[in-house]
Design a protein around this ligand. Structure first.
Ligand code: PLP
Length: 351
């Protein structure tokens, strides 16, 4: 019998990443920062209208890519559509990060930055958020002087919820003379802070967005990369020919053509997050200020027990203690106002 072919050395070295993604249907999903409102009606209509021909053909994306460029006020040559932000990150690493190059991260942050970088054989230079979750600006600026190949900043950051302002982002981008700065704006709709217009000016800047969060399309996998046209051309050369499927393209049309649905879900969010904060204060649960659709709370030594008790009640939240040296930090997504009240009722009983 032949022997199993070993994976590349980088694969053998990398840490596995298996988020708890099974068995969530029908539960109150406050564990992955998805929209809990379900898919917007125009998207459902667009999916229903998807023709048999569209499904049997390779997807054609140019019309929607141009529509999308107009929607985001960029030129089509500055935009790529991707299979979620995940593919965007993968593509950026594949295109720009050589094996053994250094990638600078401030952790804890979104796990896929490390995942794709390690998979490519890159070395991670990891800095840490401070005890109050402050961004280590001086260390980052010093790290950039060593000219790592790339750095990834989720803004707002997941799982901390913290946000870098425009002035700080400018300092990082301008200090990154020979480093690609990827600003992942997956939660932009909640923070309203963006560096997207800067792609015209900075050739070392890549901005990513997703339709998985506020737009409610996590299951369809749709994201965008925005970059200076020279960077975007390089990425396009390296991208697979059919990254986005026909259903996601049809759905994208449904989302950008009907901004009122997004606005409605954001209105609900703007009522729900303060309700969650008030409820946590009443329960004397410490939490960190968040610019995103989730809040990192400190449940101390009771974290695991609380997460398990909520799960028994059909409410899923995410234990992030492992990212914080075992401190009992739990990330809770902001659902609708009703869902927030249900969560708070259950939390009160448990605590
Ligand atoms: C910061 C950040 N970027 C990207 C993603 C994933 O986006 P997508 O579903 O488009 O791959 C997440 C999901 O949790 C995230 O927190």
């Amino acid at each position: 019998m032949s022997e199993a072919i070993p994976g590349r050395a980088a694969i053998a070295r990398m840490r596995p990443y298996h988020p708890p993604l099974e068995g969530r249907t029908g539960k109150l999903r406050l564990d992955f920062n998805e929209s809990t409102l379900g898919c917007p009606l125009p998207v459902r209509i667009a999916l229903r209208r998807l023709s048999a021909e569209a499904v049997s053909m390779y997807p054609e994306q140019e019309t929607i890519r141009h529509e999308m460029a107009a929607h985001f006020h960029v030129r089509p040559e500055q935009l790529l559509l991707t299979n979620g932000t995940d593919e965007a990150l993968h593509l950026v690493v594949d295109t720009f990060v050589e094996s053994r190059a250094t990638v600078l991260l401030v952790e804890p942050t979104f796990a896929m930055y490390r995942f794709y970088s390690e998979r490519a054989g890159a070395r991670i230079k990891s800095l840490r958020y401070g005890a109050s979750l402050e961004f280590p600006m001086a260390e980052v600026l010093a790290g950039l002087r060593l000219e790592p190949r790339a750095t990834f900043i989720a803004n707002p950051n997941n799982p901390t919820g913290s946000l870098l302002g425009m002035k700080d982002l400018r300092r990082v981008i301008e200090a990154a003379r020979r480093t690609l700065v990827v600003v992942d704006e997956a939660y932009f709709e909640y923070s309203a802070v963006t560096v997207l217009p800067w792609i015209r000016r900075y050739k070392n800047l890549v901005v990513t967005r997703t339709f998985s969060k506020a737009a409610g399309l996590a299951g369809l996998r749709l994201g965008c990369i925005f970059a200076h046209r020279e960077i975007a051309a390089c990425l396009r050369k390296a991208q697979s020919p059919y990254p986005v499927n026909a259903a996601a393209l049809a759905a994208a049309h449904g989302v950008i053509g009907h901004p009122a649905y997004l606005e409605r879900s954001l209105r609900e969010f703007r009522r729900s997050r303060p309700e969650l904060e008030r409820g946590l204060r009443r329960l004397a649960v410490r939490f960190f200020a968040s610019a995103a659709n989730f809040i990192l709370v400190d449940l101390g030594h009771r974290a695991k027990e609380v997460v398990a008790s909520l799960a028994r009640k059909g409410i899923l939240v995410r234990d992030r203690s492992n990212d914080f040296e075992g401190r009992g930090y739990v990330r809770i997504s902001v659902g609708t106002l009703r869902e927030t009240r249900r969560l708070l009722r259950e939390l009160k009983k448990i605590l």
